[in-house]
Design a protein. Structure first.
Length: 566
């Protein structure tokens, strides 16, 4: 039955349903989320385009599958018995649920070609991984097969993922000439297993890698900027160009040309040469790894360039879909990093941009073309509001200080919390209280003069009398007094101020201000109660705190301090 006829489509539909049921029946255990492996390729490779000998044998298999479609993918009515299982989830996604498997995904699953491999060895091992940003050591097994379709990391490209039988492959790396598969369950040596490939991840890597070849070639051919290394990131990739700067106009031109090439649908060929000497001089290379022997692989974008490379590639530039150059930034050693996206990543990025744009439209109550103006207006308005709030808060601090100063007698300590307050609020309050301490004491200058001189006559303290004369009466009155003073009416101890600002039950700031003795004793205690970090010097202890809910407890501690010191 020819595909496209009515009966053909129905038959295919039935096959897809059968395939789905077959997969559901096989998926008795979840496919599992692959932990994000530690990116061992974090440092830029010295020879990003180098051909590594290990890949030659393996890549002949991989190239077959790197045709722009899933390995051996067909869209005809293959019987469910010949179904190859679906790819594993990509690292950023969780388990693939069979119920959410779309028809297009199923089309990829229907693969008549089954890749099998024999387990040569399986040894206990551990792997450094990063799960949700946390470093973890994953215990498992290192498996070597007689052949593999899973690309081991190398040449700037991360490894493939997939399954060996029903066991997920967490990482594939190169150990000498072996591709080592890290799995979390033991496999039986000598057993022949079906290999399955995470096709979404493979296709993404093929697009980014072949796209990199194309951008590198055009940047060099058109502007003479050679690529010195490249980085295939989880989200965005970049090439490092050997130039201190690149103009926006040049970036725009490179982008236009590479997309022209994609539209022209140039084939991408892979050739394997028996030895380096047989490779034409026109092939681009920056050298082979030390000690390389044997065949060398050359990837050619027809009409563009040839390049020694071990990575996985598309078979035609049209499979790249589109290339978007994002931005350039200063790199290391006078070089420039040019960031880019290829194919599916462009669509994903665009989808993210559109989603954000829609949210902005709803928030700003204006269309995308007005977004910049609307945000600019909001920022200016916010700046003005903040300024007004600052002024009001300062006025409030002055009023609060007045309220305290009117109290008679003055308390030994005073606690004030203001949710909306800030550092300025607390400082203004402290200044207002401190600067007018003589007024708080409600002493007239005459009263004070009388007291001072009476005291001096009584004690004949010539030294203190000279000090008073030098400082003037106001200066004297603002100085903390020491020594015995039996007359309580003239006690000059300042009020201990305990000020807090911030969320009633959350984070904020605290200041303890007053005599250095209670401040130094109470500051660290109160700070600890409020779960803060801070320090004190002289009359002031200040801290950033994370739990203002314990304010009452802190106030009680201050109260106890003064009760016990009475
Ligand atoms: Zn390459």
């Amino acid at each position: 039955m020819q595909p496209g006829t009515r009966k053909g489509r129905t038959s295919r539909h039935l096959d897809l349903l059968l395939a789905l049921r077959w997969i559901q029946s096989r998926c008795t255990q979840p496919l599992g989320t692959l932990p994000q492996t530690k990116t061992r390729y974090k440092a830029l490779p010295k020879f990003p385009e180098a051909v590594l000998p290990v890949t030659i044998g393996l890549m002949n298999r991989i190239v077959v599958s790197a045709s722009g479609e899933a390995p051996g993918c067909v869209s005809s009515s293959s019987p469910p018995s010949s179904v190859t299982e679906v790819s594993s989830p990509s690292p950023s996604t969780s388990t693939i649920s069979s119920s959410s498997t779309s028809s297009s995904a199923l089309a990829k699953i229907l693969c008549p070609e089954i890749f099998t491999a024999k387990v040569l060895s399986c040894k206990e091992a551990s792997l450094k991984t990063v799960v949700n940003g946390k470093k973890e050591l994953l215990n498992g097994f290192e498996v070597i097969l007689d052949d593999t379709i899973l690309f081991p990391e190398g040449g700037g490209q991360p490894c493939d993922r997939g399954f060996l039988g029903s066991v997920p492959v967490v990482q594939v790396s190169r150990h000498g000439t072996d591709a080592v598969h890290f799995v979390t369950e033991p496999l039986v040596e000598g057993e022949t297993l079906r290999q399955m490939l995470d096709w979404d991840r493979r296709l993404d890597h093929m697009q980014q890698h072949s796209g990199q070849h194309l951008v590198t070639a055009i940047a060099d051919l058109e502007f003479g900027y050679p690529t010195t290394s490249w980085w295939l990131g989880e989200e965005v990739s970049y090439i490092e160009l050997d130039t201190p700067t690149i103009k926006q106009e040049e970036i725009t031109n490179i982008e236009r040309i590479v997309n022209d090439k994609i539209r022209a649908s140039s084939p991408v060929d892979v050739q394997v040469f028996g030895e380096v000497g047989l490779i034409p001089e026109t092939v681009r290379t920056r050298g082979l790894p030390d000690g390389h022997k044997g065949p060398v692989r050359v990837v050619t974008i027809q009409g563009v360039e040839s390049n020694m490379c071990c990575g996985t590639h598309v078979s035609n530039l049209c499979q790249l879909q589109v290339i978007k150059l994002l931005h350039a930034e200063k790199g290391k050693k006078n070089k420039t990093n040019l960031h880019f996206l290829v194919g599916g990543r462009v669509l994903k990025h665009l989808a993210g941009c559109l989603e954000r744009e829609q949210k902005f439209t709803a928030l700003l109550k204006g269309g995308p073309t007005d977004h910049v103006n609307l945000v600019d207006k909001l920022q200016k308005s916010l700046k003005l509001t903040n300024k007004n709030v600052q002024t009001v808060l300062k006025d409030l601090a002055v009023l609060e200080a007045e309220k305290l100063k009117r109290r008679d007698p003055l308390p030994k300590y005073y606690c004030l919390h203001r949710k909306e307050g800030d550092t300025d609020f607390m400082n203004v309050f402290i200044n207002e209280v401190s600067n007018q301490r003589p007024a708080m004491e409600k002493r007239s200058v005459l009263e004070m003069l009388f007291r001072v001189y009476a005291a001096e006559i009584w004690t004949l303290n010539v030294r203190e009398a000279k000090k008073v004369e030098a400082m003037g009466i106001n200066g004297y009155m603002t100085q903390p007094q020491t020594g015995n003073d039996d007359d309580d009416d003239y006690e000059l101890d300042p009020v201990l101020l305990f000020l807090t600002v911030g969320e009633d039950k959350g984070a904020g700031q605290m200041v303890l201000y007053g005599d250095s003795q209670p401040v130094s004793q109470l500051g660290p205690k109160v700070c600890e109660m409020l779960k803060g970090k801070g320090a004190g010097k002289g009359p002031k202890f200040q801290a950033k705190v994370s739990n203002l809910e314990n304010r009452a407890q802190a106030e009680h501690t201050i109260e106890q301090y003064f009760n016990s010191s009475n």
